[in-house]
Structures are given as C-alpha cells and as structure tokens.
Design a protein around this ligand. Structure first.
Ligand code: M6R
Length: 564
C-alpha cells in the first residue's frame, strides 16, 4: 500500500517534483520513501526510513529529468533501508517501484536463486525487478519482457521502471490504480491523482496494460498489441489560497464539520441528480460496501432506508456467492475512493448498478462507478477519518429521506448543536485528563447505538493506542467484565429515551469500581447522535495529544489502504 510517482520533464529537473508528489502520497504509507533518477548510463537511488521531509534533508542534487519515487507502507519485510523502494536488479539494468502484493513471489525467488540471482531484501518487489532483468537478458526487448512479467506474476502490482540506458519510464499495471498524466512540462505516472498536480490531462492505465512514457509521448500495450487511448481533461477545484498548515489536521478537520454540513446543503439543496434519485427509488435491495470508518458510516446511515432490503458488507469480507438478491444497487462508501478492498468488490459487481460516494472527485471509485456522489467534505488529511464520517452519514440520510425543507432543517439544527459541542470542550478535556494514562477502555451500547460505539472505539485505538473494545451492553456480564478493575473507563452511548435500558450494565460497572461515562443524545432529530460522535472524535484527539502520539499519522497506518 504505497504511493508511486514517476516523471519525465522536457526542460526541468525531476527531483523537486518527485518530492512534492511523494508528499501528497504520504497518506498511502509513511514507513519509508525513496527516489531513483537516470543519469547518463547510471541509475542513482536514495532511500530513507520515515518521512519525505527526512529524505529531502539528505537528498543528493541532480539535474536529471527522469525519475521515479515511492512512499512505502511495509507489507513484505521489516521497515528498513534494504526493504525500502526503489529496488535495483542484480546487474543494475533496471530499477523499479512497486505498489501491490505478489502472491507467488516465493516461487519466483527460488527459481531466480537457482539461476544465481542474489537478494538483499525481504520484499516481493526485488523478485520482480530481477525477473524483469532475467526476461530482458533472454529476449533483449523490454516491452516483451513486461508482457512476460505480466503473465508470470500473480497478485496486484503497479510498477514504474527505469532502464539504465534510456530516458524513458516503463510501466505495468494490475489491480491497483495507475494514472498517466500530461502537462506542458512533460509526462507523468502516478498511483494517485493528487500527485499529478501539474497535469492538465490524464488517462487510466487498465489491468494488464504496459508501456512507457518519454518526454513527449506515451505508448500503451496489452498482450503485445499496441492500443490507442485518449486523454481526458482533469477537472480541478479552485485552490484555497488562504491555507495555513495547522498544528494538527485532525483537530482542524473536526472543527470543519459544521462547514462540511454547509457545503453539503449548498451543493445538494437543489436535489441529487435525477438519475441517482431514480436508481435509488427503483432499487428494492441496497447493498452497502465500505471499510473502517466508512463501513461504520454505512452501518448507521443505511438505517435511514427503512423501506428497502438493506445489507451492509465489510469490503474485505465480501463474497459474491453469499449475496441473495441478484437485483441490487451497490452503494460504495470510501473517503479516499482508493481503498483496494472496496475497489475489488466494485470490480466483481460492476455489471450491476453501482453508486460511489467519495470525498475525492477524481478517485478511482467515482471514475468507475456508474453513478457518483461527492461528499463535499474537502480534503481530509489526518489519517483518522472524522469529517468524512459525518458527510457519509448525512448523504445517506438525504438519499434515503429526500431533499426537502424538513431534512435540510434537520441538518441545520444538528450543525448548530455540533458548533455548541465544539465550543464547549471542557467536559471532554477533563475526561481525557482523567483517563490519559489508561491502557484499556470499553464502549457499550444497545441496539443501533452500537454502530456509534464501533466508530468511537476505532477512533480511540487508532490515534491514542489505548486498547478499546465495542460491546453490546448486555454482553458485558458474559465475559468482558473479567477485565474490569478499579477506574477502568467505560463509555456508554444511548439515546435519552433508551437510557434506562443501560441501568444494569452501569450498575455492574460501578459495583466493580469501574468508571462509567454516560453519553446521551436526543432522538428528536434523526441526526441527533452526530454531536456525540464529534465529542468522541475530540476525546481521541485530546488523548492522543496528551499521550504525545503522532496525531495525524498514527503508527502502522496509512490514509488510504491500497493493499488487500
Ligand atoms: O478511504 P476509505 O474511506 O475507503 O478508508 C477506509 C478505512 O481505511 C478508513 O476509514 C480507516 O478506518 C480510517 N483510518 C479510520 O479513521
């Protein structure tokens, strides 16, 4: 799950652009990073453990116009320099960066070891670069070697490749996204649209396509046949020129929730596209798909579709054989629109009606779904998703209930309540202060409130590293109560109306000197629980800060999970 950027410029040095691009892709993984450039008859590589800023500090200078870059989220092998990308082949002919996972790499490695190849890393990627070199030394042709490589590799892969003797960048793609961009300065490849900032036009490289870019043109092949593909204009949103870099994006993004509500109201007040309304109206069966926070938003938001048959499926657990209704509308939720688990489901069901909901206009999800809706939450930078959760739930609410005076008023009322919660954080801060040294917490609820607990619990563990679990309140006594001890924090979430249903669980907690924190909301407004989730976002943020954790980039995580 990595970010890839590759560029060939006509008249300017490539390194600064690679660094800029990698910075934008850092959300895809930040274990290590690296770049490689072509200098006459030589490939020059530099890698660093950790962030792009560190690479920048120690980077060599070069006026080379051809280069590739990578930011890594470790899958195969520890996070060390040997395992960082780019990887170079034994004879130094090829150097490449890879995003994806090779399932048959052990087999390939053994075969190459028998042929005398040496390996210096524990990665699957090093097998690819050596296999490519091996094919090339047999046939003397890079494009044919790429076709061979595509036939041999099993798994997911986007590769951008330098060949020592040419000012070209070769590529090959299977299952994870790769875009080709054209700008007035040159040609570019990237796993992510946002790293293609200079580009004015783009095209998607599809599965099993390979080819190359040079400074003026590109060639694309599939199974040894050249294919013509046209470029599309990139639609760009106006830049916000007043952007100040905040101390913590997570905090900034939580505070932007009221603004997100405004944006949704403004953008959708004249109703959704008629085609989207019709497809929802005619569908009796809705299947929601998402991962992590987006899955939690789907669980809560899908409840608004009271008169439909609804299934909510975790993208990573999707199994087409278990889908009972053949005739369904698939609704995909993904902040980034690049989550591979989600895109893989989309691939399997693309012959059905599909609606993508994402925060990124040019994301793979929105490009590939038949119908597309933008969340309008504006870029979410912190790895922990906050404002996007709110946007997802609101869009599902509006899709289910329709856009009318009543539903819009509910949004406005809830916006006001959220503003009040953001202004009065004293209680949240004092809870954070009292539990900042704890290592465990439980979130308890009954019925549909469990979906909020799931999100609150995920957020807490994600940024504070406090172990937390989400449980049905009635289940506490059936086992989890064993962990309770003095001052163990337990968060209860309930609507005011159902509060007394939690009484016995609260008693069980106090009897064991645990500390119950009871959070209630008013169900008068069908969105009444959103101010509470804002409180839990804030609680996680303050705790992470008090515990001196990397709030915006928690360890082991990435903003967009592009491996399966
Ligand atoms: O971009 P997506 O919404 O598809 O991402 C899905 C999850 O990876 C994501 O929500 C993850 O759980 C967040 N880090 C949670 O804060």
């Amino acid at each position: 799950m990595c970010g890839i950027i590759a560029s060939i410029f006509k008249n300017q040095a490539v390194l600064p652009f690679l660094l800029e691009g990698l910075k934008k892709e850092e959300y895809r993984g930040y274990d290590s990073c690296g770049v490689a450039i072509i200098e006459p008859h030589k490939i020059h590589i530099q890698k660093e453990i950790g962030r792009i800023e560190k690479l920048k500090e120690h980077l060599f200078t070069s006026s080379s116009k051809v280069g590739i870059g990578h930011t890594r989220w470790a899958t195969h092998g520890k996070n060390n320099l040997n395992n960082a990308h780019p990887h170079i082949s034994n004879k130094g002919l090829f150097c490449l960066v890879h995003n994806g996972t090779i399932y048959n790499y052990q087999e390939i490695k053994e075969d190459l070891l028998n042929k005398g190849y040496l390996f210096y890393s524990q990665t699957d990627t090093e097998c690819i670069v050596n296999l490519l070199e091996h094919f090339y030394l047999q046939c003397g042709d890079i494009l044919s070697s790429l076709n061979e490589l595509d036939k041999t590799l099993k798994g997911t892969y986007v590769l951008c490749i330098l060949f020592k003797e040419e000012n070209r960048i070769y590529f090959l793609k299977k299952s994870t996204p790769l875009m080709l961009g054209k700008s007035k300065n040159g040609l570019h490849l990237s796993s992510d649209m946002r790293a293609l900032e200079l580009a004015t036009d783009y095209l998607d490289i599809e599965d099993n396509e390979y080819g190359f870019i040079d400074e003026n043109h590109y060639e694309i092949y599939k199974a040894q046949k050249r294919i013509e593909k046209k470029l599309y204009k990139i639609q760009k949103e106006k830049e916000d020129t007043n952007q100040v870099i905040p101390s913590f994006y997570m905090e900034k993004e939580i505070h932007e929730i009221p603004m997100v509500i405004d944006r949704i109201i403004k953008h959708y007040q004249n109703d959704f596209d008629i085609k989207i309304k019709e497809v929802i109206k005619k569908a009796n069966n809705l299947i929601f798909v998402g991962s992590g926070t987006s899955y939690h938003a789907a669980l809560r938001g899908s409840l608004y579709f009271e008169n439909k048959n609804v299934q909510v499926i975790l993208a990573s657990e999707f199994d087409l054989n278990s889908i009972k209704n053949d005739n369904a509308l698939y609704i995909f939720l993904s902040q980034s629109g690049e989550t591979l688990d989600v895109l893989k489901v989309l691939e399997k069901v693309s012959h059905y009606d599909t609606l993508g909901i994402s925060n990124v206009a040019n994301s793979s999800l929105l490009r590939k779904c038949k119908y597309a809706l933008e969340m309008k939450a504006k870029e979410e930078v912190a790895v922990a998703s906050t404002k996007a959760y709110v946007a997802e739930v609101l869009l599902l609410y509006l899709l289910a209930k329709g856009i009318n005076q009543n539903t819009l008023q509910n949004l406005k009322d809830i916006q006001q309540e959220i503003k009040d919660h953001l202004l009065h954080q004293e209680k949240i801060l004092s809870i954070a202060e009292s539990i900042k040294n704890k290592e465990n917490a439980y979130f308890l609820a009954k019925g549909k409130d469990i979906y909020l607990c799931k999100e609150a619990s995920l957020k807490l563990k994600e940024v504070t590293y406090i172990h937390s679990e989400c449980l049905f309140a009635g289940e506490l006594k059936h086992g989890p109560i064993a962990l309770l001890e003095k001052d163990f924090p337990i968060f209860f979430i309930t609507s005011l109306k159902n509060k007394e249903n939690l009484n016995s669980a609260i008693e069980e907690v106090t009897a064991r000197e645990g500390i119950p924190y009871i959070f209630t909301y008013d169900e008068h407004n069908p969105l009444g629980y959103l101010p509470l989730i804002t409180d839990f976002f804030l609680l996680s943020f303050h705790l992470a800060k008090m515990r001196k954790k990397d709030v915006d980039k928690p360890r082991n995580l990435a903003k967009s999970v592009t491996v399966d």
